[in-house]
Design a protein around this ligand. Structure first.
Ligand code: SAM
Length: 229
């Protein structure tokens, strides 16, 4: 027997459940983030073979050896950016486009970079189909950011960097936040850097506040300022 996919109402109810059980109960407290996660239909970004598992508490395959991230980690990254609504945001690692759609609810504009051109194209289409008008998808290596479009009020990286990335820090506005998983011996560590001064030094940490949110697991950031392929 072929099981039918849930309809829009069933997905909406699963989404509300996800927000309460996976996010609110597990510490996501920013009401704007919770509302954004409740508004974006994740099922529109999940490939058909996995669509029944859209609201599972896990990442899911999207092809090209990549994944759409677990809902909780998307919410945690969005919360760590501390957006209030009028920001320009750079996202590195578009993947399916889902996290960009959530960020789009929280900021004025989102520029998102994906190194796999086929995924960038699919994400662009999914965002267009959903009527998301404030996201620009760029197919490129995002490990060095987008210096020509900087500064950004927030930078969200959805792949693990080998070390704190100075080039991305340089592209933060003063007061801006960079949220990035950093490789360490045991587990990747989801880390937030807040730029506090014009002059910054990634080596000494001058001009930067640093907070570790906790362990996480991501695909590697591959590129000129990431891991080699
Ligand atoms: N947040 C995404 C979503 O909601 O679907 C999932 C992101 S997935 C975990 C990580 C993505 O980062 C992959 O699609 C991968 O191709 C991309 N990536 C890795 N290195 C990159 C780089 N240097 N520049 C841009 N994208 C990169």
């Amino acid at each position: 027997m072929v099981r039918r996919a849930p309809d829009a109402d069933e997905f909406a109810s699963q989404r509300q459940d996800m927000v309460e059980r996976q996010l609110r109960r597990r510490g996501i407290g920013d009401e704007r983030v919770l509302a954004a996660m409740a508004a974006v239909p994740r099922e529109r970004f999940v490939p058909e073979p996995y669509v029944r598992r859209t609201y599972a508490d896990s990442a899911l395959p999207i092809g090209y050896d990549q994944t759409i991230s677990q809902p909780w980690i998307v919410a945690a990254i969005c919360e760590a950016t501390a957006l209030t609504g009028d920001e320009s945001v750079l996202e590195v690692g578009t993947g399916s486009g889902y996290s960009a759609a959530v960020l789009a609810q929280l900021a004025r504009e989102v520029l998102t970079i994906e190194r796999v051109p086929e995924l960038a194209q699919r994400a662009r289409q999914a965002l267009r189909d959903l009527g998301v008008g404030n996201v620009e998808v760029i197919a490129a290596d995002g490990s060095a950011g987008l210096p020509g479009r900087a500064p950004f009020n927030a930078i969200a990286v959805h792949a693990t960097a080998p070390a704190p990335p100075p080039t991305l820090m340089d592209q933060l506005a003063i007061g801006g936040r960079l949220v990035v998983p950093i490789a360490s011996r045991g587990a990747d560590m989801l880390t937030v850097f807040r730029r506090t001064a014009e002059e910054i030094d990634a080596m000494t940490g001058a001009g930067l506040e640093r907070e570790v949110i906790g362990p996480c697991r991501f695909v590697p950031l591959i590129g000129s300022e990431g891991f080699s392929e």
